[in-house]
Design a protein around this ligand. Structure first.
Ligand SMILES: [Zn+2]
Length: 408
């Protein structure tokens, strides 16, 4: 066994031991003893989001309450949120791991980063801020604010890097154009774009419109806010694999899939004390990429997230990945769309309901909508009702998240 695998195995066994201290895992792991090989990870049970919700507030906790110095939650709108607790050591080790990703993005002590995501309970903003500050960079925690304010801050403080959602970035480029703000006033060279799934097409649009480099970053509150990052080669995401173990499993059977096969991403933390997590089913669809990235990094790589298991929709028996549908619409309408959002409204188990797509056109022309409707019928074989809505419908002001699928 190579040294790094030996280290991972030691940390995995420590994680199991720690996890058993919680009410959540004491029963789930009662028959599990020390693992002898990393491959034995398949003998461990999965952890689901529902279990984490049921563990609210303290059943997932593995340390004394007095040892916790910070807590974050998912943004779940229904039911109890899932929590992640941090000891002082968790924050130090977590920040250190994430800062390696930011280093890869080119962030150093001279960087000026504007973080355009919600602070507070959302883990992404706070924990990434610590990681960026660890590199000595300046962080402007602008959070959620009206676009005009965000742009003013960007200009006044010579920001070179923004962290935001893909929709916010597309909205930003349209906003600058519509308000005749000279691009030269912005010192932007790169954006770390995360928080929502976006295609290479959308990434190219952002890069082209704003003349910047866009990097993808993946993380989630339940495990860590930084799990995988993109290097300059843009060859999938490098997993911080001394911090987490990534597996891909079959969505239905839970069987581990081999490299190149798409399934659900499952993550196990290796270095968390307060709320370690074992084989967490993330709900995100990806695959383990084969081969070594041309940047030379040998750690495991996953493909950019293609969809969420929950986002997949079935319309009249046809399985649709809404993110691919969005890409198809963007490819077809190109620059006719304002902002970067669409919303798909569907009704479960209804044969008569006509699914609806909402988007914002730069020019209100019914023939564009009709032509798109025909294109979708031709490509997917389904009739959609396509509607043009005002950009405020998506409530993008300040980088709020937009859910692509809504059930009505
Ligand atoms: Zn690479």
């Amino acid at each position: 066994m190579i040294k790094s695998d030996q280290e991972k195995l030691t940390n995995l066994n420590l994680t199991i031991k720690r996890a058993k201290k919680s009410i959540l895992y004491s029963d789930k792991l009662k028959n599990i003893e020390k693992l002898n090989s990393l491959k034995d990870i398949s003998s461990l049970p999965f952890t689901t989001k529902d279990e984490l919700r049921e563990a609210y507030p303290f059943n997932g906790l593995c340390v004394d309450k007095s040892d916790i110095i910070e807590m974050h939650t998912t943004s779940g709108t229904t039911g109890k949120p899932t929590l992640s607790f941090y000891t002082k050591r968790d924050l130090e080790i977590g920040s250190n791991a994430i800062s390696n990703a930011w280093k890869k993005f080119g962030i150093d002590e001279n960087s000026r980063v504007q973080f355009i995501m919600g602070y507070g309970l959302f883990s992404g903003a706070m924990l990434n801020t610590y990681a960026i500050q660890e590199l000595g960079a300046f962080v402007l925690p602008s959070g959620i604010q009206p676009m005009i304010k965000q742009v003013e801050l960007m200009i006044d403080f010579g920001i070179d890097t923004v962290v935001a959602t893909p929709g916010f970035m597309l909205y930003l480029s349209d906003f600058i154009e519509n308000n005749n703000i000279s691009r030269d006033k912005l010192k932007l060279t790169r954006a770390i774009v995360a928080g929502e799934i976006y295609s290479d097409f959308v990434r190219n649009q952002i890069e082209k419109k704003l003349n910047i480099r866009v990097y993808d970053h993946y993380g989630l509150c339940e495990v860590n806010t930084g799990i995988a990052y993109e290097c300059d080669c843009k060859n999938g995401l490098h997993v911080l694999d001394d911090y987490v173990i990534a597996e891909i499993v079959d969505i239905k059977t839970g069987e581990i899939l081999s490299g190149g096969e798409y399934g659900e991403l499952v993550l196990t933390s290796l270095k968390k004390d307060a709320s370690p997590i074992i084989r967490y089913r993330t709900g995100d669809v990806s695959c383990i990429l084969r081969g070594v990235c041309s940047c030379g990094d040998k750690n495991v790589r996953i493909d950019r997230i293609k969809t969420r298991v929950d986002d997949l929709i079935f319309i009249k028996g046809v399985k649709i990945n809404p993110h691919e549908l969005k890409e198809l619409i963007f490819n077809y309408l190109g620059n006719l769309i304002f902002g970067g959002d669409i919303k798909i409204k569907v009704r479960k188990n209804s044969i008569n309901f006509i699914p609806k797509i909402y988007l914002t056109l730069k020019e209100e022309k019914p023939e564009f909508l009709l032509s798109l409707k025909n294109k979708l019928k031709e490509e997917i074989g389904i009739n959609f009702d396509v509607k043009n809505v005002d950009i405020s419908y998506f409530n993008r002001e300040g980088s709020n998240k937009v859910k692509i699928v809504e059930y009505v």
